[in-house]
Design a protein around this ligand. Structure first.
Ligand SMILES: Nc1ncnc2c1ncn2[C@@H]1O[C@H](COP(=O)(O)OP(=O)(O)OP(=O)(O)O)[C@@H](O)[C@H]1O
Ligand SMILES: [Mg+2]
Length: 496
C-alpha cells in the first residue's frame, strides 16, 4: 500500500497518500508495521488535509537521513513507487494512535512507543477491529455495517445501563433508537419508550399507550409524589401542596390497612378528591386559610381531571405493573404517547411511570429489567429526575437510552455516567465540547467524527465497543412503517 508516514506528533500520525490510488475514509483503521521488528501501531483516520510540499532541500535532507537507516527496499522504495514527481497530488491524512500491536498480532493499550519511519501501512478490516474490541456474550444486537459492508453487532449485555444517542436535528437519532429497540424486542427484552412525536407507535411488537384513550391510571398507581408534581406544575402553592400531600398520604395508608385486613379500599378518583376539597377536607375549618387552600387544590384538580389520565372507576384502570409484567414475560415494548399531553402534564405523568418502573420486580428468571428510551428527556424529566435515573440505574437494573439533539441540556453528571455514546452528525462546537465531557473519549475524537459524519452513519464508543471508536452505517428499517406524523400546511405541489 502506498501510504507513507510523514510525521508523528503526540498521538497523531500524519500520513501521506495519493488519493488517486488509495481510497481512505474517516474512521478507517490503519496498521503501521515497522520493518524489521514487526512491531506495530494501530491508528484510526480522523481528518484529511492538503499537503504543503516542503522545500527541496528539506526533502533531500530527509532522504539522506532515511537512507542512513532504511534497509534496502524500505522507505526509499515506496517513495520511488509513488514517484516524487507526482508529489503535488499527495494528500495528508491525520490518524490517531489507538493501540500498540505486538509482533504476534496482540492489541495492547498504546504505551507511547513509535516506529521508525520505515513502516508498511495496511488497512485493518472491520471484522478484525470487531473481533479484537467488541465484547461478545452471545447476545448480538445488529445495528449496522462497517467499512466494506462488514456486519456490526454489539452485545446486549454491554448495551445495558446508560446510553446516549445524539446528533443534529434530522441526522437519524430516532432511526438508530428504533433499530436498537427492534433488536431488543427480538431478543425478548422488555422496553418502554417515551414517545413525544408519535413515531414509535407503528413499529412491530409495540403496545401503544395513549393517555386518556386506552391508558388511564388509578390515583394510587400514579403515586402521591408525581401527583403533587403535577399539581405544582399547574401552579399549586407550596402550603396547599403540603396539605394535599398529607391528606392523600393518610387516605392511601387507610387503603393499605384495608387491604391488609382484607376490607375493600376506597377507590380514589380525581372527582372524589374535588369533593374532598369542596368539603374542606384538605384543610379543615372555616378560616380564611382553610378556604384558600381547599379552593387552590380544587381548581388545580379540575385541570388534572381534564387531562383524562386518571381512571374514573376500577374498570378503567390500566395497571402499569401488569403491563410491565406482560412485556417482561413475552417480549415487546410499551410506547407511551406523550404527544397528547400538555407540557405541564408531561413531567408528573412521566415521573409516575418512571416511579412504577423503579418499583417493578420482574418475575422472569433471570430477571429481565426494562430498557427505557427517552426522546428528548429534558422536555419532561427534571434535571434531578434524569440524574436520579442515571445514578440509580446500575442498582435498579434498568437501562436508559437518552435520545437528544439538545445535548447541552444534559447535566455533566449524566454524561460522566454514560456507558455507550452513539454519535451521528453533530456540527456545532458547543455540542461537541459538551459531549466530550462524557469521559468516554477525548474531545478531538468526538470533534473529528461528529463534524464529518456521513449521512446515516454513526460512531459508537463505550462498553459495547471495548472503548474503541467504531464508525458504521446504521441499518435501514426495511418494510417497516417508521413515518412520524409530521404535519405540513403547504402541500407538495410539484406534480401539478
Ligand atoms: N440509517 C438510515 N437508513 C435509512 N433512512 C434513515 C436512516 N437514518 C435515518 N433515516 C431517515 O432520515 C430521516 C431522519 O431520521 P430521524 O427521524 O431518525 O432523525 P432524528 O435525528 O431523530 O431527527 P429529529 O432531531 O428531528 O428527531 C427519517 O426519515 C429516517 O427514516
Ligand atoms: Mg428524532
Amino acid at each position: 500500500m502506498s501510504i507513507l508516514v510523514h510525521q508523528i506528533k503526540g498521538d497523531t500520525v500524519e500520513l501521506l497518500f495519493d488519493p488517486t490510488v488509495e481510497r481512505l475514509e474517516i474512521g478507517e483503521n490503519l496498521l503501521l508495521t515497522e520493518a524489521g521488528s514487526g512491531e506495530g501501531l494501530l491508528t484510526q483516520i480522523i481528518e484529511f488535509g492538503t499537503f504543503a510540499y516542503p522545500s527541496m532541500t528539506e526533502e533531500q535532507m530527509r532522504h539522506m537521513m532515511e537512507l542512513s537507516y532504511s534497509p534496502p527496499g524500505g522507505t526509499m522504495h515506496v517513495y520511488e513507487d509513488m514517484g516524487l514527481l507526482n508529489a503535488e497530488n499527495l494528500e495528508l491524512c491525520h490518524a490517531k494512535i489507538r493501540r500498540r500491536v505486538r509482533q504476534d498480532g496482540q492489541w495492547e493499550p498504546w504505551d507511547g512507543w513509535i516506529p521508525t519511519r520505515n513502516v508498511a501501512v495496511a488497512k485493518v478490516s472491520d471484522s478484525e477491529v470487531h473481533r479484537q474490541c467488541v465484547p461478545q456474550f452471545g447476545n448480538p444486537l445488529r445495528i449496522g455495517t462497517g467499512f466494506a459492508g462488514v456486519e456490526f453487532a454489539i452485545d446486549g449485555r454491554s448495551y445495558e445501563k446508560v446510553n446516549l444517542i445524539t446528533s443534529a436535528k434530522g441526522a437519524g437519532k430516532s432511526h438508530l433508537a428504533k433499530v436498537l429497540l427492534l433488536q431488543l424486542i427480538e431478543k425478548r427484552m422488555p422496553c418502554v419508550v417515551f414517545d413525544i412525536n408519535r413515531e414509535y407507535a407503528r413499529l412491530p411488537g409495540v403496545t401503544n399507550l395513549v393517555p386518556g384513550e386506552n391508558f388511564r391510571l388509578s390515583v394510587e398507581d400514579f403515586g402521591v409524589a408525581p401527583l403533587v408534581t403535577l399539581l405544582r406544575r399547574f401552579g399549586l402553592p407550596e402550603t396547599s401542596a403540603m396539605n394535599f400531600e398529607n391528606t392523600l398520604i393518610r387516605q392511601v395508608a387507610r387503603n393499605n390497612n384495608a387491604r391488609r385486613e382484607r376490607r375493600t379500599p376506597e377507590f380514589i378518583t380525581v372527582e372524589g378528591m374535588i369533593s374532598w376539597a369542596e368539603s374542606n377536607q384538605f384543610y379543615p375549618g372555616q378560616s380564611e386559610a382553610a378556604r384558600a387552600v381547599n379552593a387552590a387544590i380544587r381548581s388545580r384538580l379540575s385541570y388534572v381531571e381534564n387531562l383524562g389520565v386518571f381512571a374514573r372507576n376500577q374498570g378503567e384502570v390500566a395497571s402499569l405493573q401488569s403491563l410491565l409484567e406482560q412485556v417482561s414475560a413475552r417480549s415487546g415494548a410499551l410506547v407511551i404517547d406523550l404527544a397528547t399531553l400538555s407540557t405541564f402534564a408531561r413531567e408528573g405523568f412521566v415521573q409516575a411511570i418512571v416511579d412504577a418502573i423503579k418499583r417493578f420486580q420482574p418475575r422472569s428468571d433471570p430477571p429481565k429489567f426494562p430498557f427505557l428510551f427517552f426522546e428528548e428527556a429534558h422536555l419532561y424529566v427534571s434535571k434531578e429526575g434524569i440524574n436520579d435515573i442515571v445514578t440509580r440505574s446500575r442498582h435498579l437494573g434498568i437501562t436508559s437510552t437518552f435520545i437528544t439533539n439538545m445535548v447541552t441540556d444534559l447535566d455533566e453528571v449524566v454524561l460522566r455516567q454514560v456507558d455507550n455514546l452513539f454519535l451521528l452528525y453533530l456540527p456545532h462546537d458547543a455540542d461537541v465540547r459538551h459531549v466530550s465531557k462524557s469521559a468516554i473519549t477525548d474531545p478531538e475524537t468526538v470533534a473529528a467524527f461528529a463534524q464529518r459524519m456521513k449521512r446515516y452513519h454513526a460512531m459508537m464508543i463505550g462498553e459495547a465497543s471495548g472503548g474503541y471508536p467504531i464508525v458504521f452505517k446504521v441499518d435501514e428499517l426495511k418494510d417497516i412503517d417508521v413515518a412520524g406524523e409530521t404535519r405540513y400546511s403547504f402541500g407538495d405541489n410539484t406534480n401539478q
